[in-house]
Structures are given as C-alpha cells and as structure tokens.
Ligand binder design. Structure first.
Ligand code: ATR
Length: 294
C-alpha cells in the first residue's frame, strides 16, 4: 500500500500450485490462533505453504478425515471437540497420543494411512522450560486441576517426563479417580474442596479445567498454602491473565501461561507439516497477543 511501511498479511506470502496445505480442525474454530502462528512462520521461512481452518459439524468430522485420506492435504491440528475422535480414526497412533487418549495432530500419508500424534505434552513442558526454567518435573509431585481431556493429557505428559507423583484434583471426584486408575499407581485423586491434601512438596499446580475462561466461573484454590516455590500454570489463555494466575502473581509465585503452551505445541506440528522446524526470531507471541486483544 502506498505510503505504508508496515507490511500487511499476504504481502510476501507465497502460495503456488505446489503449496503444502495444512490446517486446524475444530468447532468453533474461527478464533483459533493457530493460523496466525503457522502462517507467520511460513512467511518468515519463505516456505511454499499455507495453514487454514476447517470446521465440520459434530457428525462431519469422520467424513472430513475420510476425505483427506491419501494426502489431499498434508495434515491438521485437531482441537475441541474432535481430539478424542481423531485418535479413533487414525491407523497409527504415537505413544503420546495413546497415553493422552487424544490427538491434536493428524498426518495424511499419500498411501492412505492416517497417523495421529499429540504435541500438547511437548507444549506443556516447553512452556515451563520457557517461562519457569527452575521447574524440574522429576524433583517432586505436581498437581493437575480438572479431569477432562486436557487434564488427562497433562497428567500423562508429566508422568512420561518423569514426575514421581501427580495429583488429580477435580470437582467431580469419580472422574479424577477414573483417570488415576488408568494411568497407574503414581497418580492419586482428590476432590476440589480437599485440594490442600495435594499441596505438600508440590512443584507445580496446573489448571486444566475450563474455569477461568472468559465468561466462566473461576477456581477457588488456597494457593497461599502451596510451597512458595510452586510454579502455577493455567492452560486457559483467554484472558491471558486468568483470575488463577493473578492470584498466583499476587502471592509472588512464578507463573506459566496457556499461550506459551499453545505456541510450544505448534512448533512440532509445524515441523510435521512442512518438514522443517519453525524459523527462529518470529514474534508469534506478539502476533497472538494482538489477535487476543485487538
Ligand atoms: P476438556 O476436554 O477441555 O478438558 P471437559 O472434559 O469439559 O474439557 O473438562 C472440563 C473440566 O473442567 C472438568 O474437570 C470440570 O469439572 P467436573 O469434572 O467436575 O465437571 C472442570 N470445571 C469446569 N468448570 C469448573 C469450575 N467452575 N470449577 C471447577 N472445575 C470446573
């Protein structure tokens, strides 16, 4: 645009007949930040590729995956509510996806095979490494709040990374107990109103409930009773500073946010789609923050 120094999206993007196509599948998906991250990396790396969003209805996800078999596109990230279904539709499943019982990444091979993986665990631990590098997952117990798909993924990732014990704390105790029974004897369950029972020696406390999302209720957790060096993490990133993270910061606890996890899970996904790691030095966090707070 004449007179404007700021490049606008699309100025230098490179889309040709040979473009590698990947994307994200979810419902709703219009507010997904993944297209912003991946397309910024594609543009900076000069890769001939594109990343778009797809939103089949609840019954249409299976048809979508069937239609992509054979490599019509390279692959997709999968988000709510399709992560569990994605696992069931794949021909090959990585250990991480099997442990999480969910897939956030599907790759469509040209021979018709569908490969499922889960990079959320890499994202979770990568976010801790970036924002609270003092956290050592092997040094003591961690606490996960919630017992849905996100919580199960977090617990399985912490165990795989060498956590000696994980406490699952959930409003509905039975759901926490079911995950604990499935994931082995280093996992214990407690109801939310007895969360304090899990605080002794804890190294990290991770919110994997939907509480704290804009418009949802917030959590009532006595964080002041956790050890002072407990790192507090929230998977929710809308708002970026949830009431839970604000409570932690007010107590002087180190914190890790959900946006960092989103960025870190996108990195191995990018490499799976486009055959190279994302380029360094792109301020994707800044771009995502701008999209979150236009
Ligand atoms: P996801 O698949 O994203 O993990 P989910 O399966 O709907 O989502 O799970 C949401 C989790 O958030 C559940 O553990 C839920 O607690 P219950 O099992 O008791 O329903 C938890 N949750 C949601 N809102 C909450 C709130 N206001 N306080 C405490 N826990 C809450």
């Amino acid at each position: 645009m004449a007179g404007s120094l700021a490049p606008t999206w699309g100025d230098t993007s490179l889309i040709t007949g040979a473009s590698i196509v990947a994307g994200v599948v979810g419902r709703p998906v219009a507010h997904s930040l993944s297209p912003i991250l991946h397309n910024a990396w594609l543009e900076a790396a000069g890769v001939d590729g594109v990343y778009v969003a797809f939103s089949p209805d609840a019954l249409g996800f299976e048809r979508f995956v069937r239609g992509m078999r054979g490599g019509a596109i390279r692959g997709v990230n999968v988000t709510l509510p399709f992560k569990e279904a994605a696992l069931g539709l794949a021909d090959q499943v990585s250990d991480a996806a099997r442990r999480a019982q969910a897939a956030n990444l599907l790759i469509f091979d040209t021979d018709g095979q569908v490969y499922a993986d889960n990079t959320d665990g890499v994202g979770l631990l990568g976010a801790f490494a970036a924002q609270a590098p003092q956290y050592d997952v092997t040094a003591g117990p961690s606490v996960v709040l919630g017992a849905g798909g996100a919580a199960r993924g977090a617990v399985s990732a912490l165990l795989a990374a060498g956590s000696p014990r994980v406490w699952i704390v959930n409003r509905t105790l039975e759901k926490a107990e079911a995950i604990a029974a499935d994931l082995g004897r280093n996992v214990s369950a407690l109801p939310l109103n007895h969360a304090v029972g899990a605080f002794r020696d804890t190294r990290a406390i991770i919110n994997a409930t939907s509480a704290g999302l804009s418009g949802q209720g917030s959590l009532d957790i006595p964080l002041e009773l956790t050890p002072e060096d407990t790192v507090v993490m929230d998977m929710v990133y809308k708002p970026l500073e949830t009431p839970f993270l604000k409570q932690a910061r007010d107590l002087g606890r180190a914190t890790v946010d959900g946006l960092e996890m989103l960025i870190r899970q996108a990195e191995p996904s990018f490499e799976a789609f486009y055959g190279q790691p994302p380029p360094k030095g792109v301020d994707v966090r800044g771009l995502a923050l701008k999209a979150l707070n236009p």
